[in-house]
Design a protein around this ligand. Structure first.
Ligand code: C2O
Length: 550
C-alpha cells in the first residue's frame, strides 16, 4: 500500500477579481486550492498547518472515512478546530471509491475560498474505455464576494436574513468576461479537434445550484460523486453544491473564425426571486483553428444552457442518473430496511428578539431546521464525547424520527404553517449495520430552490423522488431498487421529496446538512451516530495523538 503525503498551509493571500483586491483565505496561496490526486486503496496523509488567527478545519467531501471519523473534518462534529499556529494531520484510506470528489474548509464560511479537487484514480480499468481520453479538464465552480465573507456570514446571523448573493460565479476561480474588469480573468483551455476529454466538474459554490453547458457540444455523464453511472448524453448538466459530475466531451464541432466555444455556468432556481442570476463564462479553444479572439460576448452564445427556472430539465436530468449496476461495479442498494425516518426540511420564521433588527420576512428572522429542530453545534467535538462516553450536557439521543405535525401540502398555507423550530443538539443513534431509509420532505416555505442534503461518512441510494407529499402507502412500491443513483449529496426537489437508503456500516459520528451554507448556518442540519459493531473491524479507531483540543 502506498501512502501519499500532502502539506496544506492555510494562509491569507491577496487576490483581485472584479476590480476588488482583498485578502483571501487559501491553501498554499492557491485559489482554488491544490488538487489532491491519489489512487484507490492509497493511504492519505495531509498535514494541515493553520497560519492565520482564525480557526479552521478541512473536510474531504465524499470520502467514506471508514472508521476514521477523526479525519472527516466538520468543526465540533468530528474534531475541535485547528487553532492559529497549530497543525493536524488528516490520515485515512481511500476504500472502494473512484472518480471525482472535492475537499473544502468546514469552519464557518471558509469554504467560500478554501476548496479544491480530490481525484481518485481507479485500480481497475474504467468501464468507459473508448474513446481514449486525451486529457482531463477540471471545471470547479465557486463564488466570489467583493466584501469579506465573514461579514456576510455575520450579517446573515445577526439579521436572520438572506440570501446575500455573491458578486460572481467562477469557473476555476475565474469569473469570465460578463463581469466587470474580468476579461483577463477568464478560464480558457486549449483542446484538439477530434479528441475526447474528461471534464471533472465540481460545484464548490456556497449557496447555488448551477446549470453548466458548452456551446454546440454534448456531454456524456459517466460518474457522479465518485460512483460510475450508466453513461448518458446530455446538452447540459445541473449540479448542486457538494456534488461532482464527470463527463466525457469530444471536440467534434467546427468553430468559427475565433476557434472558440463558450462554456457557461449560472444558477438553477425554481421561481423568480431577486437572486443573482449572472453567468460565468469560460472557453474551449480549438488548437490551430482560429484567432482566439472573441467579438461579441453574451451568455446566449451557450444556447443549450437551460433557463434559470427549467425544473422540467432538472427532473429529466435527475431521472437519467442511474448506477452502473454491472457485475464488476454492482449497486448495493438495501432491498429491505430496518428503519424509515421521515425528515422535513424547512426554512422557519421566528419573531425578532426585542431590541434587535430582523430583515428576514414580515419583520421576522429566518432559521432552518430538520423536523423543526434547528441544529446547534456544541462547544466541543461530538465524536470525541461519544468515543469517551462523556455525552451529558453535550447532546441527547432523541432526534425525532418524524415531524411534529405530519406535513401536508394540500392542507397548509406555507406562509403560516410549520414556522416554529426548537434549538438543540439532538442526535439519531442507530446500531451498526442498520439499513435506514430517510425520506427528506421539503416543506417549501419560500419555494425557490432545491436543498442539496449531504451525508458524511456514507454514500446513499436515491430510491425515489417526487413532487408534493411523500405518501407512505403509495411511493415505496414505486422505488427504484435496481439501479438507483449512489451519491453523497441529493438535491431534494423544491416542493417535493427524496427517499434515500443508507447502509449504516461506518461506526462514528456523521453530519447531515444542507450544502447551501446559509441554510446550515440557520440550523438545517442533524447528526447521526452509528454505534460500534461486534467485530474487531467494526469500531471507531482510537483518536490520533495530534487531534486538536477545544
Ligand atoms: Cu461538503 Cu459537511 O460538507
Amino acid at each position: 500500500l502506498t501512502t501519499r503525503r500532502f502539506r496544506f498551509n492555510v494562509e491569507w493571500k491577496k487576490v483581485s477579481r472584479l476590480c476588488h483586491t482583498k485578502p483571501l483565505l487559501t491553501v498554499n496561496g492557491q485559489y482554488p486550492g491544490p488538487t489532491i490526486a491519489v489512487h484507490e486503496g492509497d493511504n492519505v496523509e495531509i498535514k494541515v498547518t493553520n497560519r492565520v488567527e482564525e480557526n479552521t478545519t478541512i473536510h474531504w467531501h465524499g470520502i467514506r472515512q471508514f472508521r476514521t471519523g477523526w479525519a472527516d473534518g466538520p468543526a465540533y462534529i468530528t474534531q475541535c478546530p485547528i487553532r492559529g499556529g497549530q497543525s493536524y494531520t488528516y490520515k485515512f484510506t481511500v476504500v472502494d471509491q473512484r472518480g471525482t470528489l472535492l475537499w473544502h474548509a468546514h469552519y464557518s464560511w471558509q469554504r467560500a475560498s478554501v476548496y479544491g479537487a480530490f481525484i481518485i484514480y481507479p485500480r481497475m480499468p474504467r468501464p468507459f474505455s473508448s474513446p481514449p481520453i486525451r486529457a482531463e479538464i477540471p471545471i470547479i465552480f465557486g463564488e466570489w464576494w467583493n466584501s469579506d465573507v465573514d461579514s456576510v456570514e455575520n450579517e446573515m446571523i445577526k439579521y436572520g436574513a438572506g440570501p446575500i448573493s455573491s458578486d460572481a460565479y467562477t469557473i476555476n476561480g475565474l469569473p469570465g468576461p460578463l463581469y466587470p474588469c474580468s476579461n483577463k480573468d477568464t478560464f480558457i483551455r486549449t483542446i484538439e479537434f477530434g479528441k475526447t476529454y474528461m471534464l471533472r466538474i465540481i460545484n464548490a459554490a456556497l449557496n447555488d445550484e448551477l446549470f453548466f453547458a458548452i456551446a454546440n457540444h454534448t456531454l456524456t455523464v459517466v460518474e457522479i460523486d465518485a460512483v460510475y453511472t450508466k453513461p448518458f448524453t446530455t446538452t447540459a448538466i445541473m449540479i448542486a453544491p457538494g456534488q461532482t459530475t464527470t463527463v466525457l466531451m469530444t471536440a467534434n464541432q467546427v468553430p468559427d473564425r475565433s476557434g472558440m466555444f463558450a462554456m457557461a455556468a449560472r444558477p438553477y432556481l425554481t421561481s423568480v426571486f431577486p437572486f443573482n442570476n449572472s453567468t460565468s463564462l469560460g472557453f474551449l479553444r480549438y488548437k490551430k483553428l482560429g484567432s482566439g479572439k472573441i467579438k461579441s460576448l453574451n451568455s446566449l452564445q451557450v444556447h443549450n444552457l437551460p433557463l434559470m427556472e427549467d425544473t422540467a430539465f432538472v427532473t429529466k436530468f435527475s431521472d437519467n442518473l442511474r448506477s452502473l449496476a454491472s457485475a464488476q461495479f454492482p449497486c448495493n442498494v438495501p432491498k429491505s430496511i430496518n428503519k424509515r425516518v421521515i425528515v422535513t426540511i424547512s426554512l422557519n420564521l421566528q419573531d425578532c428578539p426585542k431590541n434587535e433588527t430582523c430583515k428576514g420576512f414580515n419583520g421576522k428572522r429566518f432559521y432552518a431546521s430538520m423536523n423543526n429542530q434547528s441544529f446547534v453545534r456544541p462547544p466541543t467535538s461530538i465524536l470525541e464525547c461519544h468515543y469517551k462516553n462523556l455525552t451529558t450536557g453535550i447532546f441527547s439521543s432523541d432526534f425525532p424520527e418524524k415531524p411534529p405535525n405530519a406535513f401536508d401540502y394540500t392542507g397548509v398555507d406555507p406562509l403560516t404553517e410549520n414556522m416554529n423550530t426548537e434549538f438543540g443538539t439532538k442526535l439519531l443513534v442507530v446500531p451498526y449495520g442498520t439499513s435506514i431509509e430517510i425520506v427528506l420532505q421539503d416543506t417549501s416555505f419560500l419555494n425557490v430552490e432545491n436543498h442539496p442534503i449531504h451525508v458524511h461518512g456514507h454514500n446513499f441510494f436515491i430510491v425515489g423522488r417526487g413532487f408534493g407529499n411523500f405518501d407512505q402507502a403509495k411511493h415505496p412500491v414505486e422505488y427504484n431498487l435496481v439501479d438507483p443513483p449512489e451519491r453523497n449529496t441529493v438535491a431534494v426537489p423544491s416542493g417535493g421529496w427524496a427517499a434515500i437508503r443508507i447502509k449504516a456500516d461506518n461506526p462514528g459520528v456523521w453530519f447531515v446538512h444542507c450544502h447551501l451554507e446559509e441554510h446550515t448556518t440557520w440550523g438545517l442540519a442533524m447528526v447521526f451516530i452509528v454505534k460500534n459493531g461486534p467485530g474487531p473491524s467494526q469500531t471507531v479507531i482510537p483518536p490520533p495523538q495530534d487531534l486538536p483540543l477545544c
